[in-house]
Design a protein around this ligand. Structure first.
Ligand SMILES: [Zn+2]
Length: 509
């Protein structure tokens, strides 16, 4: 056995252990969000903190750094595209990032964000931005400090933070694309507002039996390809998806007895995330080749199933009669077309998580611009509510009268997640690009395209396409390169704009 083989073996062993520890932490996290007894929170925090410490030690051990450096200089990495080279490159990048940060800063950030989230949870219902402000200022200062330590090449501070969520994304690259998207979306929203024949969404606000919603959610998740033999569907306040092992990818949604959307579309969204995880190479679980490449790509998978499939006309021409059966009497007087129009209603609103497909991206753009201004110092946190209102008025034509529905609405900043929001818009952009390519490439006997399959409730050709072109690669290339390879087109928001324009044309006439 050569020294390189030995190094590789030890590194692999280390990361198998890290994967085990992380999956244990995820299991505890899942349990915490699915009905932890009130008084069990503190002990659970100790359990998770202990695991985080063990994981951190294994990720930053000096021996690991030495082994990675030796391998990076060895013949193992001569071919930059080999699996071993990719693995070592990713692990080395992660290692350098983890070890650049001082332990005291990591602890300070962890502490500031735990306290920040608690302060936010108290401040939001009381509309009390002032009480949250010092926590936010502290978080911003710490994350700025972190960004300065992480910065490489000509990255800005903001780029350094964004890179953790979306490798290779910089303001110079994505800024113009997102700006261009905003310029095209604002008139589209205007167009919907001025249309004569506007859907009012009334058919969605009826009474939908929750037990039946549960059954419907299970049925649709399994229909689109989510494997229940490697997962389960539960309920929580803030829906999410989590992987507890290579064969355990769980989803959680939330049901509203008086509204159709949250249960159904929440399930499609989270199932999209989980199907990506289910499609990653299982034998590389916990290693770069078995890990999701970025938040943007993750979100492209959830948005693709939730919106581009789940809100499409083809989908509802198949699914509506099925949905009617789940709620006897509730939708008998409604036509499939009316329902389709209602679920695609475009309406500027204050709350991001309730936004439609078109305005959603504007909510993200606003946060993207504000975050950059906060990091560069152009905007002081104390002026955030004002800046928030200005941008909402300018881009969406609505402005919050209180901070609960304004700057305090998202948990992200209180949790230290800065540079994270743009990945939501990137997810939409990638999803539209991937859908175009899938539509072009999927053709079965008799020239039947993707839409014909969807109209029959057949989703496996699309899922197969995603498995082959996206899922199986793990972190083999950066997210933009992955999309460009899958679609043979340059990264661009044009497919998303085209998709949304066509949708509006169809719905608003
Ligand atoms: Zn998501």
């Amino acid at each position: 056995m050569t020294n390189s083989d030995r190094d590789l073996e030890l590194i692999e062993e280390n990361f198998r252990d890290i994967a085990l520890l992380e999956s244990i932490a995820s299991t505890l996290g899942w349990d915490e969000r699915t009905g932890l007894p009130d008084e069990a929170g503190e002990y659970r925090a100790h359990q998770i903190t202990l695991l985080s410490g063990l994981i951190h030690d294994r990720r930053t051990s000096p021996q690991l750094g030495e082994r990675l450096a030796r391998l990076a200089d060895s013949s193992v990495t001569t071919d930059p595209n080999s699996n071993q080279s990719v693995t070592i490159r990713c692990l080395q990048k992660d290692f350098l990032r983890h070890s650049k940060l001082s332990k005291s800063l990591v602890e300070a950030i962890s502490n500031a964000t735990v306290r920040g989230e608690q302060a936010w949870a108290v401040a939001r219902p009381k509309n009390d931005f002032a009480s949250f402000l010092p926590f936010l200022e502290n978080i911003l200062a710490l994350r700025k400090e972190e960004a300065a330590m992480l910065q490489v090449g000509n990255q800005t501070l903001y780029d350094a933070l964004m890179d953790q969520y979306e490798e290779g994304a910089t303001v110079a690259i994505i800024g113009p694309v997102l700006n261009n998207l905003r310029q095209q979306l604002v008139p589209l929203v205007q167009r919907c507002a001025e249309a004569k024949n506007r859907p009012d969404g009334a058919t969605l606000s009826r009474s939908f039996d929750i037990d039946q919603q549960r059954k419907l959610s299970r049925w649709i998740a399994s229909k689109i390809g989510y494997q229940f033999s490697q997962g389960r569907l539960d309920e929580t306040d803030h829906p999410f998806c989590t992987s507890l092992g290579p064969y355990d990818h769980r989803i959680l949604t939330r049901y509203d007895a008086n509204h159709f959307n949250s249960g159904f579309f929440g399930t499609l969204h989270e199932a999209g995330h989980a199907m990506y995880e289910q499609g990653l190479p299982k034998d590389a679980f916990g290693m770069p080749l078995g890990t999701a490449v970025s938040l943007g790509i993750h979100e492209s998978q959830s948005r693709l199933w939730e919106n581009m499939i789940g809100r499409s006309h083809a989908f509802w021409s198949w699914c509506f009669s099925e949905v009617q059966k789940y709620f006897p009497g509730t939708l008998d007087d409604v036509s499939g077309d009316t329902f389709f129009r209602d679920i695609n209603r475009v309406e500027p609103s204050l709350i991001r998580v309730d936004a439609d497909e078109v305005t959603y991206n504007l909510h993200i753009l606003i946060r993207f611009e504000l975050e950059q201004a906060l990091l560069s110092g152009d905007l002081q946190a104390t002026n955030l509510p004002e800046a928030w209102r200005e941008k909402y008025t300018k881009y969406l034509g609505v402005a919050p009268t209180n901070d609960h529905d304004g700057v305090l609405q998202d948990v992200h900043w209180s949790a230290g997640l800065i540079g994270y929001f743009p990945t939501y818009a990137l997810g939409n952009i990638y999803a539209a690009q991937l859908m175009d390519a899938a539509r072009e490439q999927i053709e079965i006997v008799g020239n039947e395209g993707l839409d014909v399959q969807i109209r029959r409730g057949e989703f496996s050709p699309l899922l197969e396409w995603l498995r082959t072109n996206v899922h199986r690669y793990g972190r083999q290339m950066n997210p933009r390169a992955l999309v460009e390879k899958a679609t043979s087109k340059a990264f661009s928001a044009a497919p998303l704009v085209k998709y949304l324009s066509e949708k509006i044309e169809h719905v608003y006439g």
